[in-house]
Design a protein around this ligand. Structure first.
Ligand code: C2E
Ligand code: MG
Ligand code: MG
Length: 681
C-alpha cells in the first residue's frame, strides 16, 4: 500500500539472505527495532512484523534468543562488536549519534565460517573455506593476472573462470574509480606495502552496483614463496556491504521521517521550513499547524496496518487542501505542519485555515475508517510574526493553543498577544492544581430574591480564588476554562459540592433559616459517571436535605451531554436535587431539550437583562422567554439585575426571581449570615 512516493523505503529487502536489523538506542536505554528482515526475525524464531517496532528488552523477556543482543546493547557499544548467534555471528555496528542524541546500531549477520577461518587449516578445510566463503576471494599472480577466484565472486560477477582466463585481476572485477586499487596493487606487487583496504563499487552489470569492502594483501602462505608470474602473489577479499549500507541508509531515513506517515519528523521539517523561507526570498509565507487531539490515542489503539491507513488518510486530506506548493511535515504526536507559500497575506492565511478546517468536517476516506476527526489549527505569517523557521513554528503553536477547546471556528492566526499565552496558561494550571490541593479556594454566595418583595429565596455559590503568589483574585472566567481543559474541574467541582453542603450545615447549626444553594456544574462534570454519587455523598456527609442543593448547568453543557449524562441528571432529580438552566439564550437555543431534561427554572442571561431597557429586541426576548417558561411549568430567574429600571421591567413581565448587584454582590459566607437574619428577623 505504498501510495506516496515520500513514504519510507518500506522494509528491508526480505530477499536479502543475511540477517539485517537496525536498532535505535534511545537516551533511556530503550532498544527499538526500527527495521529487520526475515532472516533476522528467523534468528529469533519470529517473523518481521512481530519484531519491528518492538523494544528489544521486551522481546528478550519472551524470546530467549534475543537476550544476548539485548544484553550487548544494554552494556553499551562504542565500536563494532561481534556476537555469536544461531548458526552464525552478528556484527553490531553503532553509527555516529543522530543530532537528537539517538544512536542507531546496524546489526548484520556474518557466517561463522568466516570468523573461524583462523583455525589451523588443512588443505581440505582451506578448499572448503575457499569454496563456501560468503565473501569473494581472488588470488592474483605477480603480473597482476587472476589465478583463481571462489564461487561467491563468480556469482557476484556473473562470470566464469573460462571467460576470464588470463585476464588482469582488476579488469575482471570491473571496479569503478579503480585508480586507488590499482596503485595499491602495484605497491603490493613491487613489495612497497603488504596490505591495503578500502571500499569500492562494482560497475553495474558486473556486480550489479554492489558496494564492497576490498582487502588486498601480499601472499604470505608459508612455504609458497611468490616466484614466477604463475605463483600466487596477492589475495583480494571482497566483502559485500550492500545490505548493511542499505540498512544504514534506511536507518538514517527512519530517524528523520515519521515511520507511519513518512513525513519529515520535527528536526528535518524545521530544516525544510527554513529552506522554504529561504526560497521565498523575503516574500511572505504562512506556516499552519494542524493538531488532532484524538489521533495519537487512536493510532496507538489500532492494529498497525489500520493505524497506518488512518494516518495516511489524514495526511492525504491535508495534502489535498494545502495547495500544490505546500511543504508538509510532522510537528509532534498528532500535529502536522504545512508551509504555505501562497498564503502570503493575513487574509490568505485565514482563508487557508478555514479551508483546511472545513476539509475535515467531511468524514475521512474509507481507508481512514470514514471517521470525522476535528482538527484545531493555528498559523503564523513569515516575516510578519517571526523572522526564522523555529520562531514561525512557535507562533503557529501559540495560535493553535489559543484555538483549542473552542466549540466552533477552531482555528486562529497568530497575534502578538498570544506570545506567552501558552506559558501563562500552563503556569495558571499549575497554580490552580496546588490551590485545589491546599484548599485555597473559597465560595462566595449571591442571593436570589423574589421579584416582587425581594425576599431572599436562595443563593448561588460562586468559586473564588486568590493567587497565592500575587495575592490578587483570579476571575472564574479565566480559571474555569483552564480547569475544564485540564480536567481539574473534577476535583474543583467536587470541592465546591462538599463546601456548599458544609456551609448549609453550618448555617443550620447557627440556627439560620435555610434556603437552597445552587452550585454551577460544568459539562465535564456532567460526563463524570460518579457525579450523582459524589453529590449524594456530599449531602449525606453533612446531613443536608437534597432540596437544599440545586445545580446550574449551561445550555452548552446540556447540549453536549450524552444519554449517560441524562441518566445522572434524572437520578439527581429523583433524589430531589433541582436543576436550573444557566445563561439561557446564549447557547444553542434549541428548545427541544427543555422537554428532555427535568429543568426547574431558566436563568435569563444578563446580556438580555442589560439590553432590555434600551433594546426592544432584548425586551421581547425576555418577555417571550418568561411566557414560554411559565407555559412549560418552569420558573424564571433574571441574572445580572443592576438597576431599578431593570427590576421594574422584570416585575411587569412577571419574572419570578432576580439575582444581581442591585440585590447584592456575591458575598463571603459570614456576610450572608447577616442577610439571612435580616428579612426573617
Ligand atoms: P454564572 O454561573 O452565570 O454566574 C454569574 C456570574 O455573574 C458571576 O460571575 C457573578 O459574579 C456575576 N454577576 C452576578 N450579578 C451580576 C451583576 O449584577 N452584574 C454583573 N456584571 N455580573 C453579575 P463570576 O463569579 O465571575 O462567575 C463567572 C462564571 O464562572 C459563572 O457564571 C459560572 O459559569 C462560572 N463559575 C463560577 N463558579 C463556578 C463553580 O463553582 N463551578 C463551575 N463549574 N463554574 C463556576
Ligand atoms: Mg450560574
Ligand atoms: Mg449565568
Amino acid at each position: 500500500m505504498v501510495r506516496n512516493p515520500e513514504r519510507r523505503g518500506a522494509s528491508l529487502d526480505d530477499a536479502a539472505t543475511q540477517p539485517v536489523a537496525v536498532i535505535e538506542c534511545g537516551p533511556s536505554a530503550t532498544f527499538l527495532v526500527l527495521t529487520a528482515n526475515e532472516s533476522f526475525a528467523a534468528l529469533l524464531g519470529l517473523v518481521p512484523s512481530t519484531v519491528v517496532g518492538r523494544r528489544l528488552g521486551e522481546l528478550a523477556g519472551q524470546v530467549p534468543a534475543a537476550r544476548p543482543l539485548a544484553e550487548l546493547l544494554a552494556a553499551g557499544i562504542e565500536a563494532a562488536a561481534l556476537l555469536p548467534m544461531g548458526p552464525g555471528v552478528l556484527r553490531c555496528e553503532p553509527l555516529p549519534p543522530e543530532p537528537d542524541g539517538r544512536r542507531l546500531v546496524v546489526v548484520t549477520g556474518q557466517d561463522e565460517t568466516a570468523s573461524e577461518a583462523a583455525a589451523p587449516p588443512d588443505d581440505a578445510a582451506l578448499q572448503a573455506l575457499f569454496a563456501g566463503a560468503p565473501f569473494g576471494i581472488a588470488i592474483g599472480g605477480a603480473d597482476g593476472r587472476l589465478l583463481q577466484a571462489n564461487p561467491a565472486l563468480w556469482t557476484w560477477l556473473g562470470a566464469s573462470e573460462t571467460d576470464t582466463a588470463g585476464r588482469r585481476l582488476l579488469d575482471v572485477l570491473q571496479i569503478e574509480e579503480r585508480s586507488g586499487v590499482e596503485a595499491a596493487l602495484d605497491d603490493i606487487l613491487s613489495g612497497q606495502t603488504r596490505t591495503w583496504r578500502g571500499e569500492v563499487r562494482l560497475r553495474p552489470g558486473a556486480g550489479s552496483g554492489r558496494v564492497v569492502r576490498a582487502r588486498l594483501s601480499a601472499w604470505t602462505v608459508p612455504g609458497s614463496p611468490a616466484e614466477g608470474s604463475r605463483a600466487p602473489a596477492l589475495v583480494l577479499t571482497l566483502e559485500d556491504l550492500t545490505d548493511s549500507r542499505r540498512a544504514e541508509a534506511e536507518a538514517r531515513r527512519a530517524a528523520r521521517y515519521d515511520p507511519v506517515t513518512g513525513l519529515p519528523g520535527r528536526p528535518l521539517f524545521l530544516r525544510r521550513v527554513a529552506d522554504a523561507l529561504a526560497r521565498a526570498d523575503g516574500r511572505p509565507a504562512s506556516l499552519v499547524a494542524i493538531g488532532f487531539e484524538r489521533l495519537p490515542a487512536l493510532l496507538l489503539a489500532l492494529e498497525p496496518t489500520e493505524a497506518e491507513r488512518l494516518a495516511l488518510s489524514v495526511v492525504d486530506r491535508i495534502r489535498q487542501h494545502a495547495g500544490p506548493r505546500a511543504v508538509l511535515g510532522q510537528l509532534g504526536d498528532g500535529v502536522f505542519g504545512a508551509v504555505l507559500p501562497d498564503a502570503d497575506t493575513p487574509e490568505a492565511a485565514e482563508a487557508a485555515l478555514s479551508r483546511l478546517a472545513e476539509a475535515f468536517a467531511r468524514p475521512l476516506s474509507a481507508e481512514g475508517g470514514g471517521l470525522v476527526l476535528t482538527p484545531t489549527l493555528g498559523a503564523g505569517l513569515h516575516p510578519r510574526d517571526a523572522a526564522d523557521a523555529a520562531g514561525l513554528i512557535r507562533t503557529a503553536g501559540a495560535a493553535l493553543e489559543r484555538a483549542r477547546g473552542r466549540p466552533t471556528r477552531r482555528w486562529a492566526l497568530y497575534e502578538p498577544r498570544m506570545a506567552g499565552a501558552a506559558l501563562a496558561r500552563m503556569t495558571l494550571e499549575g497554580k490552580l492544581r496546588r490551590a485545589i490541593e491546599r484548599g485555597d479556594l473559597e465560595l462566595h454566595y449571591q442571593p436570589q430574591a423574589e421579584t416582587t418583595g425581594l425576599a431572599v429565596t436562595g443563593f448561588e455559590a460562586l468559586v473564588r480564588w486568590r493567587d497565592a503568589d500575587t495575592g490578587s483574585p483570579v476571575p472564574p472566567s479565566e480559571f474555569i476554562p483552564v480547569a475544564e481543559e485540564s480536567g481539574l474541574i473534577l476535583p474543583l467541582g467536587e470541592w465546591v459540592l462538599g463546601e456548599a453542603c458544609r456551609q448549609i450545615a453550618a448555617w443550620r447549626t447557627a440556627g439560620l433559616p435555610l434556603v437552597p444553594v445552587s452550585v454551577n456544574l460544568s459539562g465535564r462534570q456532567l460526563a463524570d459517571p460518579l457525579l450523582c454519587q459524589k453529590a449524594l455523598d456530599a449531602l449525606a456527609r453533612y446531613g443536608v436535605a437534597p432540596e437544599h442543593l440545586k445545580i446550574e448547568l449551561t445550555e452548552t453543557a446540556l447540549f453536549g451531554s450524552s444519554g449517560g449524562d441524562r441518566e445522572a441528571l434524572a437520578q439527581l432529580h429523583e433524589a430531589g436535587v433541582r436543576l436550573l438552566l444557566d445563561d439561557f439564550g446564549t447557547g444553542y437555543s434549541s428548545l427541544s431539550y427543555l422537554k428532555r431534561f427535568p429543568i426547574e427554572a431558566l436563568k435569563i442571561d444578563r446580556s438580555f437583562v442589560h439590553g432590555m431597557t434600551e433594546d426592544p429586541d432584548s425586551a421581547v426576548i425576555v418577555q417571550a422567554t418568561i411566557n414560554m417558561a411559565h407555559a412549560l411549568g418552569m420558573r424564571v430567574v433574571a441574572e445580572g439585575v443592576e438597576t431599578p429600571e431593570e427590576l421594574t421591567f422584570l416585575r411587569a413581565y412577571r419574572c419570578d426571581q432576580v439575582q444581581g448587584y442591585l440585590i447584592a454582590k456575591p458575598l463571603p459566607a459570614a456576610e450572608v449570615a447577616a442577610m439571612l437574619h435580616g428579612p426573617t428577623g
